[in-house]
Design a protein around this ligand. Structure first.
Ligand SMILES: Nc1nc2c(c(=O)[nH]1)N[C@H]1C(S)=C(S)[C@@H](COP(=O)(O)O)O[C@H]1N2
Ligand SMILES: [Mo]
Length: 339
């Protein structure tokens, strides 16, 4: 089967292919990411995913609006639709970690409206032949926007199931043409204290910018996406608008928000949480129920929404349930040491 990268303005295959054929094609594409192993397409869940009631209408830029409409038909959904019911938008957009807007879970949704997300551009630099500053639109539209329903497991032992809209990070890296010296990818969040009150705080733990990193093969893995939307709309600011990373088999802190710089580098970068407490937060941060945080167990997690009467505690799974897709990236590594 030929899989070509659509060019902007091309007729999408979904515009011309009967839905049954189209859906089986999607099943095949899902297979590339390792179906049978935790990801599968189901027509019912897909239809449900495509229809987000109770989600406030967004105001996406025009280049994104059409992409979003079409991508709703591209859902890759979790295998267990019961266990992995979508977290209500209300919870996913008001219970956040985004320290640029404060350390409270409710701070980002209260304060992040102040962030200007248009225009937005990203600098791609370091060990690349094709770097430079790229407008967000030009970064995204050469790829096909997809909906990906992923579990998000925070290192603090709570989790959600979120339908993201994004493109494979691997597409963006391939277009940048990494040199032979590129071994890791480093990401940076915007620094703009006038609009991000948490960056102005004298009590901030983080030495801004918030920084993250991946090994190049992790960055190229088909499950790793650059998100521009969720729940069938553009990202709310508190969830990392207009561009964030989503790496579903790693603790949530790896999924850096409001990205302005992507650098290909030869040395392993130091991520913000590792810099703050290297004994507690590592570079890899793979979800692992067998390796506890020094101050709490990682064996279980609180699936949101929960309450006193419905605590909803579930077992945490190795690599957040994506082991069949990603375990081979770590063959021969001691995951206790490289946590
Ligand atoms: N720039 C930046 N990115 C960030 C964070 C942050 O504080 N700043 N928090 C991380 C953490 S700890 C988690 S759990 C997720 C939360 O994503 P969500 O609020 O969309 O659920 O974002 C991650 N990305
Ligand atoms: Mo987190």
């Amino acid at each position: 089967m030929l899989i070509k990268t659509p060019q902007p303005g091309d007729l999408r295959e979904s515009d011309v292919t009967p839905e049954s054929v189209y859906l089986s094609r999607r099943r095949f594409l899902g297979g590339l990411a390792g179906v049978g192993a935790g990801l599968a397409l189901s027509g019912r869940a897909q239809a449900a995913a495509a229809d987000y009631t109770d989600v406030p209408a967004g105001h996406p830029p025009t280049w994104l609006a059409g992409e979003i409409e079409r991508a709703k038909w591209d859902a890759v959904v979790p295998q267990d639709p019961e266990l992995d019911k979508l977290t209500p938008y209300q919870d996913a957009s008001t219970y956040n970690n985004f320290y640029e807007f404060g350390t409270g879970k409710g701070d980002p949704s209260k304060r992040a409206d102040s962030l200007t997300t248009q225009p937005w551009s990203v600098v791609i630099d370091g060990e690349v032949d094709n770097g430079g500053r790229v407008a967000l639109e030009d970064l995204i539209t050469p790829s096909r926007l997809e909906e990906r329903i992923y579990r998000l497991r925070c290192v603090e032992a709570w989790s959600m199931v979120i339908p993201w809209l994004g493109i494979p990070l691997g597409d963006v890296i391939a277009r940048a043409k990494p040199t032979a010296k590129a071994k890791y990818v480093r990401f940076e969040t915007l620094v703009r204290p006038q609009e991000m009150p948490g960056q102005d705080s004298a009590f901030a733990l983080i030495d801004w910018p918030y920084t993250e990193g991946l090994r190049l093969d992790e960055a190229m893995h088909p499950l790793t996406i650059l998100g521009v939307g969720m729940y069938g709309r553009e990202l709310p600011n508190q969830n990392g608008a207009p561009l964030r990373l989503v790496v579903p088999w790693k603790y949530g802190f790896k999924s850096i928000k409001s990205i302005v710089r992507i650098s290909l580098v030869s040395e392993q970068p130091v991520n913000s949480w590792q810099a703050i407490a290297p004994d507690e937060y590592g570079f890899y941060a793979n979800v692992n129920p067998q390796v506890d945080h020094p101050r709490w167990s990682q064996a279980t997690e609180r699936r949101l929404p929960n309450s006193l009467f419905n605590p909803h505690i579930i077992d945490t799974r190795m690599f957040n349930g994506y082991a069949d897709q990603v375990a081979s990236l770590y063959t021969g590594m001691d995951l206790r040491k490289q946590f």
